[in-house]
Design a protein around this ligand. Structure first.
Ligand code: ADP
Length: 673
């Protein structure tokens, strides 16, 4: 086995490889650009070598620099991760010229899969099923068109050098053909410097099902089952899962055998993925083979219990495959959701910025977060804007999907726009829950996933209002319970004040629109209920909060929902999706004055999260002093006026009783004293 390897990559995949190498007792060398000088992968590695400016063309794509770094540090092998140099035959050759092991397939295998049409010819010869089509050398447009006419429309034009969905065009009828071919050729030429085209039958409702294969250098080959990656936007994967829903043992072994045949047809070694289109009738067709570890490999790891990076290292070091086909078993179900800095409401435009607040769900044997960033890091313009991969596992699809939704709820990121809400809405959409998948899923269910505004306002606004009322009452109650005189009428927050009209007013903000709310508290026997007026309706509401759960009854309709809070910004999670709101102006009734006064005490039992001000340093009014977590929600305690903190009575991690004094704060006028 190697004693030291270099990882020619960055971000989450570099961190992922380092983790396994460390477990195996292998030293790691990272490479980094200017933008990554302080990044997590550099921090995690045993050594790191600077390879150039931030743009990847001037650093991570420079094979020579990477090899120089390996020679300098004595690394015996290079793991390329995915992207960058991972499918670059020239780089692979340079490694071999320098006696460095490339942790990946042999050069001819990479070359064979470099062109889609050459790959198809090889697969055809190896009896692997192909989508009907034409992938010949004769590029005469009339010949390509004739093939299209013969197989019938719709057809799909593909650039043979293509990737990432570029140079692809659907053609729905004969008269659209010439124009589409010309456009696809132009796009391909500008993206890949090559305009060779192939044409194939366009399947209208296929699923993308891919098989993970592994081959060693001793003739052994296995498949580690399938992944369903049908949910795509612009032909890019969004949520992947394993195993594929509805897969039968028979089809699985047929596809698995076919994938092994594909790999063996090109003398494959190491980890590879054979991508198939699976048609509604159960026929499947070879699409392409990716000669590297895939982004979505963790779902396979979760259901097989295997570490694919460890397998890669063992195979590259010349060992046998760790297990045989008979020893491999599927256990449970896994999902991966790709958390991106991007704006789904603006055509998934990549976003950049600083991750001011980053709180992933807590990891466990069911929840795994693969990431390359920490709180405070930047998502820069230079690289792929993926923040993390959220992977969940459970014994069956339903349970795993519930975990996915829950973990997405718990994922809190501030500072950059992310696709987390979109993923949540996707994961909870009925057709997804029912596994009614195909590659057109997002387009087909667009309205459901990006839900329509009117239904939201009707349903979610009153829920949001009820929640705020209940939360405020709970806070007042907790404060009363913790005070020295709980029976003081000041702390009564119910009908005691009914001789005054017990009317609360506040405002809710949603998508930059302000909605005034008025709430009248009433009693019937022992129980309280609220008449909530919002958005032109008055509703009879009742409910209670338990942790992050809201149990509500609105005009006789009972349901529960989950609410997350971060510094007065709330997220309401329901099966229909997520709804964000904030409370604008606090109610100025007496009970609230009481609740908000002495804001330097703990609002309820909780945990100290972080101290934000320095002792004996001047702070401005409203500057955050500390963050507490109570009822799984964060509360920021702010300076009541300009002044300074003389002492914090707790440190991060301490348990704090509700009502406890948190800081010794001196207002400005007294500061000199
Ligand atoms: P790229 O290399 O550009 O990613 P692929 O050949 O891998 O292109 O195809 C990407 C996606 O395009 C597939 O996952 C699938 O959703 C869709 N696709 C490809 N070929 C077909 C086809 N013949 N019919 C329908 N959809 C297809």
């Amino acid at each position: 086995m190697f004693t030291k390897i270099l990882i020619a990559n960055r971000g989450e995949i570099a961190c992922r490889v380092i983790k396994t190498a460390r477990q195996m007792g292998i030293l790691t060398v990272a490479v980094y650009s200017d933008a990554d000088a302080e990044s997590l992968h550099v921090n995690m590695a045993d050594e790191a070598v600077y390879i150039g400016p931030s743009p990847s063309k001037e650093s991570y794509l420079l094979g020579d620099k990477v090899i120089e770094a390996a020679i300098r540090t004595g690394a015996q092998a290079i793991h390329p991760g995915y992207g960058f140099l991972s499918e670059n035959a020239e780089f692979c050759r340079a490694c071999s010229d320098n006696n460095i092991t490339f942790i990946g397939p042999p050069i001819p295998a990479i070359e064979a899969m470099g062109s889609k049409s050459a790959a198809k010819s090889i697969m055809e010869a190896a009896d692997v099923p192909l989508v009907p089509g034409y992938h010949g050398d004769d590029q005469n447009p009339a010949i390509i068109k004739k093939a299209a006419d013969e197989m019938g429309y719709p057809v799909l034009l593909k650039a043979t050098a293509g990737g990432g969905g570029k140079g692809m065009r659907q053609v729905w009828s004969e008269d659209e053909f010439d124009e589409a071919l010309a456009a696809a050729k132009r796009e391909s030429l500008s993206s890949f410097g090559d305009d060779t085209m192939l044409v194939e039958k366009y399947l209208t409702q296929p699923r993308h099902v891919e098989i993970q294969v592994f081959c060693d250098n001793h003739g052994n080959a296995v498949y580690l089952f399938e992944r369903d990656c049908s949910v795509q936007r612009r032909h890019q994967k969004v949520i992947e899962e394993a195993p594929a829903p509805g897969m039968t043992d028979e089809l699985r072994s047929k596809m698995g055998e076919s994938a092994i045949q594909s790999a063996q047809a090109i003398g494959y070694q190491g980890a590879g993925t054979v991508e198939f289109l699976l048609d509604v009738d159960g026929s499947f067709y070879f699409m392409e083979m990716n000669t590297r570890l895939q982004v979505e490999h963790p779902v396979t790891e979760m259901i097989s219990g295997q570490d694919l990076v460890e397998w890669q290292l063992r195979v590259a070091a010349g060992e046998d495959l760790p297990l045989s086909q008979e020893q491999l078993k599927i256990n449970g179900h896994a999902f991966e959701a790709r958390i991106y800095a991007e704006d789904p409401n603006n055509d998934f435009l990549p976003a950049t910025g600083t991750l001011n607040f980053l709180q992933p769900p807590i990891e466990s044997e069911n929840v795994r977060v693969d990431t390359g960033v920490r709180q405070g890091d930047d998502v820069s313009v230079f690289y792929d804007p993926m923040i993390a991969k959220l992977i969940v596992w459970d014994e069956n699809r339903d349970k795993a999907l519930q975990r996915l939704a829950k973990s997405l709820m718990e994922y809190r990121i501030k500072g950059v726009t992310t696709n987390i809400d979109f993923l949540y809405n996707l994961a909870t959409a009925k057709p997804f829950v029912e596994a009614d998948l195909d590659t057109g899923f997002i387009e087909k269910h667009h309205d459901l996933i990006f839900h329509k505004e009117e239904t939201l306002l009707n349903d979610e606004l009153p829920i949001a209002a009820l929640y705020l009322v209940l939360a405020q009452k709970a806070q007042a109650q907790s404060k009363a319970n913790n005070s020295k005189d709980p029976s003081s009428p000041w702390h009564q927050n119910n009908a005691w004040r009914l001789n005054e009209a017990n009317l609360h007013r506040f405002e809710i903000e949603h998508n930059d629109v302000i909605y005034p709310v008025s709430v009248e508290e009433k009693r019937s026997g022992n129980s309280a209920y609220f008449m909530i007026s919002i958005n032109g309706k008055t509703l009879d509401c009742q409910g209670r909060i338990d942790g992050e759960q809201l149990f509500a009854n609105i005009d006789g309709y009972r349901f529960n929902a989950t609410i997350g809070e971060n510094d007065n910004h709330y997220s309401l999670f329901r099966q229909s999706g997520v709804f964000h709101f904030s409370k604008v102006s606090p109610d100025l009734g007496q009970a609230d004055d009481e609740a908000n006064a002495g804001g330097l005490t703990a609002p309820m039992n909780g945990t100290m999260v972080s101290l934000l001000a320095d002792v004996n340093e001047h702070v401005e009014k409203d500057q955050p002093l500390l963050i507490m977590e109570a009822m799984k929600m964060e509360h920021t305690i702010r300076a009541p006026s300009a002044g300074m903190v003389k002492e914090f009575y707790f440190t991060a991690g301490d348990m704090v009783d509700g009502g406890a004094e948190l800081v010794d704060f001196v207002a400005s006028t007294d500061e000199g004293a």
